[in-house]
Write a protein that binds this ligand. Structure first.
Ligand SMILES: *[C@@H]1O[C@H](CO)[C@@H](O)[C@H](O)[C@H]1NC(C)=O
Ligand SMILES: [Zn+2]
Length: 480
């Protein structure tokens, strides 16, 4: 497909962070967007996703500077039938949910209390600040006995990272469900979603009650079933990035590592392109695709080596500490999707030798809709992961009527080095490790990384019901 933008020299690292403006493109097919998506200087949010519209066209969301918009517009004659639509700039949108200013958990003497155990219509007033996330974990420990572990690596700015585990006692081999959040700094409310859900499970267990999220209700027996499966959670993977984003409001995504770039957009690595799954993408992927970026100023900069980043290493260390994790969920925003394996190319279940480890396919991965390469997934695994994704989506839709969809992570554009593919790939890449089914949740269909207070609360309700049904269906399929 030749809808290409004229290639010119890629501008090297800009020194000032220009304001990001939300826009979307529409086109008659998703393939029309290929050249746009291949430009790794553009920001397509968590990952580029083309959604079908009711009129038969496709929509691709992006976050561009004024300069990038004029570049795209000046190339319009090259962009046959692609239309750029400006959305309301972030600065002109309704007030976003505030960030907490104090410590609502008083240094960990108070546990968080979620929406599932509160009367309908109750709300949480603000998003947790970084210090409060730490206090929330301490509160869960002091009030409910949640176990906390300090992860082995400190972040670039020296933050200590903590994960919690609860439900299945002290033997770490009894833990089968793993959640992480706060990877992309600007995706506000991710850590809150998981922390309030864990709090709800524990409050319901203590009270012998069930949980209610909008129109979805759960019994105490279901709460017990989920806790018994053993939950590990790493709620703030990127504290340096979140600290920066919360203090600047700059829609910051990456971590704050300055080794490859010391200022502006060149700071930071995209943790979700840094995992050891086809990390060295120029070698593994077709050159027409941009599953990540080698440029430090890109939002998808892949880092200096697979798992070069402390946050990535800490994330991976959890699989080593909890060897029987079977189901993994990485919590992102803002699309309204549940994504399942694989993310590097289309799925296929017929040719087991056509897989990410086979060097015969190096340089061929990435383009979708062709048969040159598709990633192998055993048919049973595909059935299993789809059924859990569907259960989660149906649950989130039922809470209050927002729309969500389940789809394969590749969508139409490949990614490399992402946490979900890494989790599922371990079983084939390393000997003697458990098979992990990995997901990415993109909560908040608004396309807005900074939700309003009302959206923030709806996100908690929707995701928490989604986690319930994700876990229940996963357990029904099997955790051993
Ligand atoms: C990507 O877009 C920028 C404008 O923001 C442009 O300068 C650059 O040439 C484009 N890169 C390619 C490979 O088309
Ligand atoms: Zn994300």
């Amino acid at each position: 497909m030749k809808y290409s933008l004229i290639a010119s020299l890629i501008l090297q690292s800009t020194l000032v962070l220009a304001e990001l403006l939300p826009v979307h493109f529409t086109a008659p097919s998703a393939a029309h967007f290929q050249a746009l998506v291949a430009n790794d200087t553009f920001d397509f949010g968590c990952r580029a996703v083309a959604h079908p519209l009711e009129d038969g066209r496709f929509k691709l969301r992006a976050f561009l500077t004024e300069e990038q918009i004029s570049h795209v517009q000046s190339e319009y004659d090259q962009l046959s039938d692609i239309k750029l639509v400006r959305e309301t700039p972030f600065s002109k949108r309704a007030a976003t949910a505030p960030i907490g200013t104090g410590d609502r958990f008083s240094g960990g003497t108070i546990a968080p209390s979620g929406l599932g155990t509160k009367a309908a219509g109750s709300t949480i007033a603000s998003i947790m600040n970084v210090n409060e996330i730490g206090s929330a974990l301490k509160g869960l420990n002091s009030v409910y006995g949640v176990n906390l572990i300090t992860l082995p690596y400190k972040t670039f700015n020296g933050a200590t990272q903590t994960a919690g585990y609860v439900g299945a006692g002290t033997d770490k081999s009894n833990y089968h469900l793993y959640f992480s959040a706060g990877v992309h700094a600007r995706e506000r409310g991710g850590p809150d979603n998981i922390i309030y859900w864990i709090s709800d499970l524990l409050a319901a267990q203590k009270a012998g009650s069930g949980l209610t999220y909008g129109k979805k209700t759960y019994t105490n027996a279901q709460v017990t079933t989920i806790l018994n499966a053993g939950i590990v959670f790493f709620p703030l993977v990127n504290p340096d990035g979140v600290t920066y984003d919360q203090s600047t409001g700059s829609n910051w995504r990456k971590n704050r590592n300055t080794k490859s770039g010391s200022s502006g957009a060149a700071v930071g690595v995209d943790i979700n392109r840094n995992f050891d799954f086809l990390w060295n993408f120029p070698k593994y992927f077709d050159s027409s695709t941009a599953p990540a970026s080698t440029s430090p100023s890109s939002e998808t900069f892949y880092g200096t080596a697979a798992a070069s980043e402390p946050e990535t290493k800490n994330h991976v260390s959890i699989y080593d500490s909890f060897p029987k994790i079977r189901w993994f969920m990485d919590i992102h925003s803002a699309v309204g999707d549940v994504l399942y394996s694989w993310g590097d190319d289309d799925d296929q279940s017929t040719t087991s030798t056509m897989n990410f480890l086979n060097s015969a396919y190096d340089g061929k991965r990435g383009p979708t809709g062709d048969s040159t390469y598709k990633e192998y997934i055993p048919a049973t695994d595909l059935t299993n992961i789809r059924s859990v994704a569907t259960a989660m989506v149906n649950s989130m839709k039922a809470v209050g009527g927002r729309s969500y969809s389940a789809q394969q992570a590749v969508g139409l554009y490949a990614t490399s080095g992402a946490s979900d593919d890494y989790s599922f790939s371990r079983y084939w890449a390393k000997s003697g490790v458990n098979k992990v089914y990995g997901y990415t949740l993109e909560f908040a269909p608004s396309g807005n990384f900074y939700p309003t207070a009302a959206e923030f609360n709806t996100n908690i309700l929707d995701t928490n019901a989604g986690f319930m049904d994700w876990a229940l269906q996963a357990i029904a399929i099997g955790v051993e």
